[in-house]
Design a protein around this ligand. Sequence first.
Ligand code: FAD
Length: 423
Amino acid sequence: MTDASRTSRKSEVIVLGAGIVGVSTALALQQRGHAVCLIDRKAPGRETSYGNAGIIQREAVRPYAFPRAWQAILRVAARRGNDVHYHVRALPSLVPALARYWRASAPQRYESTVQAYSALIRHCIDEHAPLIERAGAQDLIRKTGWIEAYRTASAFDEAARDAKTVAAAHELGYALLDGAALADAEPALQTALAGAIHWLDPWTVTDPGELVMRYAALFEREGGVILRGDADTLRASGSGWTVRTSAGDIDAEQAVIALGPWAAGLTRRLGYRLPLFVKRGYHRHYAVDAEAMPTKPLLDAENGILLAPMRQGLRLTTGAEFAHHDAPPTPVQSARAEMLAGDLVRLGAAVEPQPWMGARPCIADMRPVIGRAPHHANLWFHFGHGHQGLTLGPATARLLAELFDRDQTYVDPAPYDPRRFGA
Ligand SMILES: Cc1cc2nc3c(=O)[nH]c(=O)nc-3n(C[C@H](O)[C@H](O)[C@H](O)COP(=O)(O)OP(=O)(O)OC[C@H]3O[C@@H](n4cnc5c(N)ncnc54)[C@H](O)[C@@H]3O)c2cc1C
């Protein structure tokens, strides 16, 4: 990709960022006949899209709301659970976005977000499936769902009631497993748990970073161009945009910002004030014998730890850490996850010397930003997928591409419109 002859190339569209969202965007635009150049400072799928839990979450029709009950808020404030951690020094700068997040989580507003969000989520598998097929990535995919497990009977009973309601409202497949059925389904568990919800529709990925690489390879095979470059060099030129890359300056009529958690910096520089923040998360792999490996991802719901069987080992992922994106890692949740998971399964040695850290790109109203930039011609926003970027990348890329071509859209784009912030 360092072929200097490409310096003269004028693409029609530059996509900035080659995580799952950018790569899916590049593929969706390419399929509609556009000449696309995908630019990242790293290889595709090496950041947030590498380190997630690998679940294409068909069941995630309700994005994570800010807790509204005082008991829950106090529990988080006291850092009593392992699901949420925060840096005290980051709080003052996070307050405006968190206040909006809290307001957006009020019951009525949240319900309309659930309606909008579920309209996208319901397409997640259908939009991934053809890409998996064309990219030859079937070997990375399992179609056996994932397990939300509970240690206490009271928490399991409450979750089971909730699952029944949400499944009926959103046509989700699930099975309830009592303690014995769970032990049968997952013989690797060495502790008796109260029960679990087995979500049946989701697909899971045994190496999400590799999936993004395969999608990127498909994009290249079909004539797309991938270059190393710095999105921060984006500048208006004539009626279009220019970005500096390792192959020289690339010009294009249109540009899409798909920088995930890094979208905040570039959009701010362009004059936008969007309520973006990150929830950092960690993972670490452990060597586990075949018989001690869970057969599918398993969430220890009351402790906020997910055990995901991956090609690299058993990946333990953590919940949310509210901190500045670039503050040094504080993997306390990861350390606790290791301790708590060690009681569930026989964990071997850690594979990496340190936990990996990533940052979920979050928007205060829990809806990704998809559409034309309000104050710049030929600029598009596509970021803010929070906890479900792997799930939603191809589905929101289709929506972005339909908007790009001014076509009829397959879901209502209004809830995702960048103009909703008045920024
Ligand atoms: C612990 C954890 C578990 C998760 N589990 C799940 C899950 O099971 N299912 C799910 O759906 N989601 C999950 N997520 C969320 C999901 O990983 C993210 O929503 C998704 O990866 C975001 O994708 P993205 O393409 O927007 O961002 P990224 O993958 O971060 O991509 C952004 C790209 O921009 C590039 N970039 C940044 N700055 C520049 C620059 N200046 N110049 C050029 N390039 C630049 C980066 O190199 C990167 O490649 C999880 C997240 C975490 C942290």
